[in-house]
Design a protein around this ligand. Structure first.
Ligand code: AMP
Length: 285
C-alpha cells in the first residue's frame, strides 16, 4: 500500500495503472475509519483493479460553529484498516495542498441542497461538491463509492456527475449499523455512555415509521409527529429536522407515495447524528 500527500506524485503513480489498462475505484473519506467506510472499500476492491482511499477533513464543508477542529483522527489505525481491507493507495493531502491561498472556485448543485441538511448547514454541500470534484480531477477514477448514510450527499453527487458530464460511476453502498441499529459514524465517538444508549432512537423511530407505512399510513404529518414524540422522550435529544421527501427532488411530501426518503438529523447532547430510510411505497387507493 502506497501513501501520497502530494497531488503530482499521486497522479504520476496512478498514470502507471491507467496505462496498464487497470480500473481505479475511489473512496473519499474524512478518516477515523469504521466498518461503514470499510464496506465502501470492500465494494471498490471487488469492482476495480486498484482502490484509492482519500483521507481529508475538508474545511469548506464545515460551518463556522461546527466540529472541524475537534474532528476525530487516528491515522495509524486508518492505515492499518485500509491495508487489511485491500486499499492500494491512500491520498492524505494537507489543506495547503488542496486549497491554494487564493482559491476562488466552487461547485454548487442547486435545489437539491436547499432542504434537509442544507437548511441547517447552508455551505456544507458546496464544500462537499467542490472537494469531491477536486478529488475526481486528481484521481480520475472509473468509479467512486459513497454511503447511503449520507443520503442527500449521495443524491447531490449523482446529480453533479450527471449535470457536469463527469465520466465516473457513482456507487452508493448500504448503511452499516451497530447491532442495536445505530448507524456507524466517526462522530459516534463523541457520545458518552448515556448518550450512546439514547442515540438508537433514530433507528428505532425509522423502523417504527416503516412498520406504520407498511400498515397503510399515508400521512407524512402523522409519521413525522410519531417520530418527534419518540425522539422527544430522550432527554439528550434535540431535533434538527424530521423530513419525509420525494427521493428524486428531495422536496417535502404530504402523502406517502412512490420513492420516499425519511431523513432525520438529531443532536444527542452536543453530537449531531443523521440517519435515513428509503422506501418504495405503492399504495392502491
Ligand atoms: P465520512 O468520513 O463521514 O465523510 O464518510 C465517508 C464515506 O463513508 C461517505 O460516503 C459516507 O456516506 C460513508 N459512510 C459513513 N458512515 C457510513 C455507514 N455507517 N455505512 C455506510 N457508509 C458510511
Amino acid at each position: 500500500m502506497k501513501i501520497f500527500n502530494d497531488i503530482n506524485e499521486l497522479r504520476k503513480h496512478l498514470e502507471i495503472y491507467r496505462t496498464e489498462g487497470k480500473t481505479i475505484g475511489l473512496v473519499p473519506t474524512m478518516g477515523y475509519l469504521h466498518k461503514g467506510h470499510i464496506s465502501l472499500v470492500q465494494k471498490s476492491v471487488k469492482d476495480n483493479d486498484i482502490t484509492v482511499l482519500s483521507i481529508y477533513v475538508n474545511p469548506t464543508q464545515f460551518g463556522p460553529t461546527e466540529d472541524l477542529d475537534k474532528y476525530p483522527k487516528d491515522l495509524e489505525n486508518d492505515k492499518k484498516l485500509a491495508k487489511e481491507a485491500g486499499v492500494d493507495v491512500i491520498f492524505i493531502p494537507t489543506n495547503s495542498v488542496m486549497y491554494l491561498d487564493n482559491h476562488a472556485t466552487y461547485v454548487n448543485v442547486d435545489n437539491l441542497t436547499d432542504n434537509l441538511c442544507g437548511k441547517s448547514r447552508p455551505t456544507h454541500f458546496r464544500g462537499v461538491t467542490t472537494i469531491v470534484t477536486k478529488l475526481f480531477n486528481i484521481v480520475q477514477p472509473n468509479g467512486a463509492y459513497f454511503g447511503q448514510k449520507d443520503a442527500q450527499q449521495a443524491i447531490v453527487i449523482k446529480k453533479m456527475v450527471k449535470d457536469l458530464n463527469m465520466p465516473i460511476d457513482i456507487i452508493i453502498c448500504p448503511i452499516v449499523r451497530e447491532n442495536d441499529g445505530l448507524a456507524l459514524s466517526s462522530r459516534n465517538t463523541y457520545l458518552n455512555t448515556e448518550e450512546r444508549n439514547q442515540a438508537t432512537i433514530l433507528y428505532e423511530s425509522l423502523q417504527k415509521s416503516k412498520e406504520c407505512i407498511k400498515n397503510g399510513e399515508q400521512s407524512a404529518t402523522i409519521i413525522k409527529d410519531m417520530i418527534k414524540e419518540m425522539i422527544e422522550e430522550k432527554p439528550s435529544a434535540t431535533i434538527d429536522y424530521i423530513s419525509i421527501v420525494n427521493e428524486d427532488t428531495l422536496e417535502d411530501i404530504d402523502y406517502i407515495q412512490g420513492n420516499i426518503l425519511i431523513a432525520l438529523a438529531v443532536k444527542i447532547g452536543q453530537t449531531r447524528l443523521i440517519d435515513n430510510l428509503r422506501m418504495e411505497v405503492n399504495l392502491i387507493c
